[in-house]
Design a protein around this ligand. Structure first.
Ligand code: ZN
Length: 151
């Protein structure tokens, strides 16, 4: 029975995230937000754990208060990969969090909601890094040993 109690909530969160990402993929406005070259360079310099710690900080300072400062305009459109991820996943302001994630406005976020948002951002960032890797593999020269063929 203990197994049931642990695995059922995890699975339902995973399924919800699959549904969320499928819905985001159909939202043209959200699809406009993609990481740029300088964001990937930032990843290379800082690493994912540091960037996720920034995400945690943005969530607690800019989203978690019951009435965040400049709500609706608190997340810049670029300048940090997490800002891009926030717009791409509708984790940018309390209005979008309510509309897309059913998190009500007008009260502080609880720790579960903060960690849920972090999970969403982490998944989006990892997807972006993964598709970047796949791109660079498929655009790499197919035959790199040609220069040795004559020897
Ligand atoms: Zn928003």
């Amino acid at each position: 029975m203990a197994y049931m109690l642990i695995t059922i909530p995890l699975r339902s969160v995973m399924r919800e995230l699959d549904e969320l990402f499928a819905a985001l993929a159909r939202a043209r406005f959200r699809q406009k937000f993609q990481l740029q070259q300088k964001d990937f360079e930032y990843f290379q310099n800082k690493g994912l754990p540091t960037i996720l710690s920034h995400a945690q900080d943005f969530i607690s300072k800019r989203l978690a208060p019951a009435f965040p400062a400049k709500d609706g305009r608190q997340t810049p459109f670029g300048g940090h990969p997490v800002f891009v991820a926030q717009h791409a996943t509708a984790c940018c302001c309390r209005g979008c969090l309510e509309k897309w994630h059913q998190i009500p406005q007008g009260r502080a976020l609880n720790p579960e909601e903060e960690s849920y948002i972090l999970t969403v951002l982490e998944r989006w960032l990892k997807n972006a890094l993964q598709s970047r890797k796949t791109d660079s593999i498929t655009t790499a020269p197919a035959r790199t040993i040609d220069i040795f063929d004559n020897f």
